[in-house]
Write a protein that binds this ligand. Structure first.
Ligand SMILES: Cc1cc2nc3c(=O)[nH]c(=O)nc-3n(C[C@H](O)[C@H](O)[C@H](O)COP(=O)(O)OP(=O)(O)OC[C@H]3O[C@@H](n4cnc5c(N)ncnc54)[C@H](O)[C@@H]3O)c2cc1C
Length: 445
């Protein structure tokens, strides 16, 4: 390995804020809206030119984890600032009706990416949060007493510093925490993490015939098994579903391995780069299969491929509380609850998807604790979203959009309360409740 020395430099301060949110995915967007709504001068820093994170840049096009079963009824369990986003996407004509799956155990809502991007712009602007697009966080400046002073960002205007009193790491990859030296974890500790996938949208689908052929995922698997000699499928467990326009389908069918056959590590520049071309190659191959073998897809074409590979899991920050598989499967309750997770464990393992559902099918949700947003170090930093305090299998559930919106709203609200020196757990829970968050039943005792 060889190195060069860069000269020391003075970096212009772009602005000073109460709260700076790093990353504009579901968690970061909800955090910025919530902090701004509670009076904090808020800036969200995002590396792309639009919000939505994996939901847009990763082509996810589908909200999971908003609905779950409670008291035997399937219902919306994640509420709060996300309701305004959903209403804005709907008003733009981009939100699909709820779709049930897996024998009624899950309910999701698909959306169109441009509608999500525009609705998110409106959502942040209406809350009074500022956004700095095309700004890549590449460093941090530390303050006194183990606090963060500023984020360092690379922009088209050059390298800049963004100062704040409170920071929220919602980068998905825990970039801020990692740069600040906060301990992080990766995968299951034995080299296995959730595999990434490249998402695409397929047009020209004859929906009634395609729905029949794909069925509830089992029918498409049978077609894939029958054709296995002619195509090299990267995984079983293909997820193919119609968008609001039923001739347009989202396809979640790829799986990205590194040279050792393990999940691509999206924090490794070489692996990340190689995975982009591999994801597109797999899509070309899968379209060949769909057109030749699956009724309803004979005239299908790829409408678009997501701007980046879809990353499910990279670094997770070591926090005061780490959400575990047992918390999800046993419907855990916490005294410091900030909202609900309503998604089961969905592991993208080598060659397929492994699901694990809460033991009580009629109450298939668990509370999320504030402790999972509080990193082991750095007093003025909170983390939210897929890089928050979760063990590998806990993350395999709460990483989906629903849980990320919950974490984001709690982190943004808490950061605003901290800026005003009004933070206490009780006050946070009271404000979240007033703002429409479903906290669930209080913990026994
Ligand atoms: C293939 C795939 C399919 C999925 N399917 C579903 C589904 O059907 N339903 C569902 O609800 N969820 C699904 N998920 C999960 C869900 O989309 C993500 O887990 C969720 O988006 C995570 O939200 P987040 O805000 O924590 O992080 P992200 O969505 O990853 O957002 C992080 C943001 O931070 C920005 N950022 C990162 N690093 C930097 C930096 N250094 N500087 C500046 N900005 C930075 C990114 O550009 C991004 O906008 C899927 C995920 C994948 C990968």
């Amino acid at each position: 390995m060889s190195f060069i020395a860069e000269p020391a430099r003075h970096t212009e301060v772009l602005g000073e804020f109460d709260v700076v949110v790093a990353g504009g995915g579901p968690a970061g967007s909800a955090a910025a809206v919530s902090a701004a709504r509670h009076g904090a001068r808020t800036l969200l820093v995002e590396r792309y030119g639009f919000l939505g994170g994996m939901g847009t840049a990763g082509g996810v096009t589908n909200f999971a984890g908003l609905y779950g079963r409670r008291g035997g009824q399937m219902q919306q369990l994640v509420r709060g600032v996300v309701d305004e986003l959903l209403a804005r996407i709907d008003a733009l004509g981009g939100l699909n009706a709820p779709q049930d799956g897996l024998q009624g155990r899950i309910r999701v809502r698909s959306y169109d990416v441009p509608a999500y991007q525009c609705a998110a712009d409106q959502w942040l602007a209406a809350a009074g949060a500022q956004v700095l697009f095309h700004a890549w966080i590449c460093g941090v400046a530390m303050g006194a007493d183990d606090t963060l002073d500023a984020l360092i960002v690379e922009t088209k205007s050059g390298r800049r510093a963004v100062r704040a009193r409170q920071f929220i790491d919602a980068t998905g990859d825990a970039d801020v925490s990692h740069l600040a030296g906060v301990p992080t974890e990766w995968g299951d500790g034995a080299g296995n993490a959730l595999y990434p996938s490249t998402m695409c949208r397929i047009g020209g689908v004859d929906a009634p015939r395609a729905l029949d052929a794909v069925g509830e995922f089992k029918a498409i698997e049978r077609l894939m098994d029958a054709a296995a000699g002619r195509y090299a499928f990267p995984r079983r467990g293909a997820i193919l579903r119609p968008q609001k326009d039923p001739t347009v389908w989202r396809a979640n069918v790829t799986q990205l391995r590194n040279a050792e056959g393990r999940a691509v590590d999206a924090t490794d520049a070489h692996q990340l780069s190689a995975a982009e071309a591999e994801g597109r190659r797999q899509i070309v191959d899968y379209l060949r299969f769909l057109r030749a073998e699956v009724p309803g897809f004979e005239r299908a074409t790829v409408l678009d491929i997501a701007p980046q590979i879809g990353v499910r899991e990279t670094r997770r920050v070591r926090c005061a509380t780490m959400l575990t598989a047992e918390h999800v499967l046993g419907g855990a309750r916490f005294p410091d609850a900030i909202g609900l997770n309503a998604w089961p464990i969905e592991q993208h393992v080598d060659g397929g998807i492994a699901w694990a559902f809460p033991r009580d099918p009629d109450n298939a949700c668990n509370q999320l604790p504030f402790g999972m947003l509080v990193p082991a170090r750095i007093g003025n930093l909170l983390v939210a979203g897929r890089c928050a305090g979760m063990e590998h299998l806990g993350q395999a559930a709460a990483r989906v959009s629903g849980g990320c919106f919950v974490m984001g709203q709690a982190a943004g609200t808490a950061a605003a309360l901290r800026v005003q020196d009004r933070f206490s757990l009780g006050r946070l829970q009271q404000v979240l409740h007033q703002d429409g968050v479903e906290l669930g039943q209080p913990a026994a005792g």
